[in-house]
Design a protein around this ligand. Structure first.
Ligand code: PMV
Length: 324
């Protein structure tokens, strides 16, 4: 046990899946049914400040109080792991649109878990923090580590795969097409797909080979191979949603326009490989020397274009320490 603090602040970057976690293992423990490989987005971040509160836990995101049930499993897991009986006031803000399919839950929950760990002076190892974060959001389990990460199917925590320096030229260009929060949460969409989509079983059967292919391509920094596996992963994931009842339609017409713009770029010899998550936004993998071409191609459709390199893991930025 280290020093306890009066408050703690942590900044974490979101974890963007290159191959997707989509679907959960039965049993309610938020364990992924498919293996995901991900990159940490350096220029995007959630900053989360925590302090002790009275008898209840409370989370504010960008000043807006969140539903208690959304975060209750995370607080329960923290208390179970640390032996603490305390409750927490959490204030989190993002430097990018929240709950819009830009993985704000991954960075927000990772920052929350790391900040509480610092507040309590519990010094839990990263794999335990990852396990706690997973309870709140599968992608948050990955965001506890920086660089490139994997969350295996059936696994309870993520693993670091390569550090943030593995691929210095890699860039992710994000086209924000609609910044409002999504109508259907990823949790609800996954459950609907599991119950009603005839394509859910084939998705799970083929996801592992895409994960293995993407992991191999990433290890040798082969963007064309990685991009190919990445595109199959997100398009197959969406196929499960289109076939659900009722269908889950995160795409906007501008999403399709950007997908075609990426196809045009590739035809012109520009490496631009897109992926999407639970929202209409498009994230495009490219390299630093092609960023301006990609940015210009996306700008006509997007509300905002963000460019990111590969980021480190969470940073505890401030800690006002007192001896317990
Ligand atoms: O971490 P969750 O529960 O928000 O789900 C993440 C789902 C996707 O973003 C679509 C895929 C992924 O692996 O991040």
């Amino acid at each position: 046990m280290g020093r306890a603090a009066e408050n703690a602040e942590c900044t974490a970057s979101p974890s963007l899946a290159l191959t997707k976690y989509w679907g959960k293992v039965d049993g309610g423990a938020n364990i992924p049914a498919t293996s995901s490989l991900a990159v940490t987005l350096r220029e995007l971040s959630s900053t989360t400040r925590v302090e002790r509160s009275g008898g209840t836990d409370m989370v504010l995101i960008d000043g807006v109080p969140q539903s208690e049930s959304r975060f209750a499993p995370v607080f329960e897991a923290i208390r179970a792991e640390t032996g603490s009986t305390e409750h927490f006031l959490v204030e989190s803000s993002n430097n990018f649109p929240t709950a819009a399919g830009l993985a704000s839950s991954s960075s927000g929950i990772a920052a929350l878990v790391c900040a509480v760990n610092a507040l309590l002076g519990s010094e839990l190892p990263a794999w335990k923090l990852s396990r706690i974060a997973r309870v709140g959001s599968g992608s948050a389990a990955r965001a506890v580590f920086g660089g490139f990460t994997a969350l295996p199917a059936g696994g309870t925590e993520a693993q670091p795969v390569h550090d943030a320096n593995h691929w210095p030229e890699l860039r992710v260009v994000v086209a924000v097409l609609q910044s409002g929060p999504k109508a259907v949460s990823s949790r609800e969409a996954m459950e609907r797909v599991r119950r009603t989509s005839p394509y859910f079983a084939p998705w799970m059967e083929t996801a592992e080979e895409l994960f293995a292919e993407a992991r191999e391509a990433l290890s040798i920094r082969d963007l064309e191979r990685l991009g190919h596996a990445m595109r199959l992963s997100y398009l197959r994931m969406f196929s499960t949603m289109f076939a659900a009842d009722p269908p889950v339609l995160y795409w906007q017409s501008r999403s399709l326009a950007v997908i075609h713009a990426c196809e045009d770029l590739r035809r012109e010899g520009v490496p631009a490989y897109e992926t999407m998550d639970a929202g209409p936004q498009i994230k495009v993998l490219t390299t630093n020397d092609h960023v301006e071409r990609v940015r210009a191609a996306l700008a006509t459709e997007a509300e905002q274009v963000l460019v990111s390199g590969v980021g480190e893991g969470p940073r505890v930025a401030e800690k006002t320490g007192v001896e317990p």
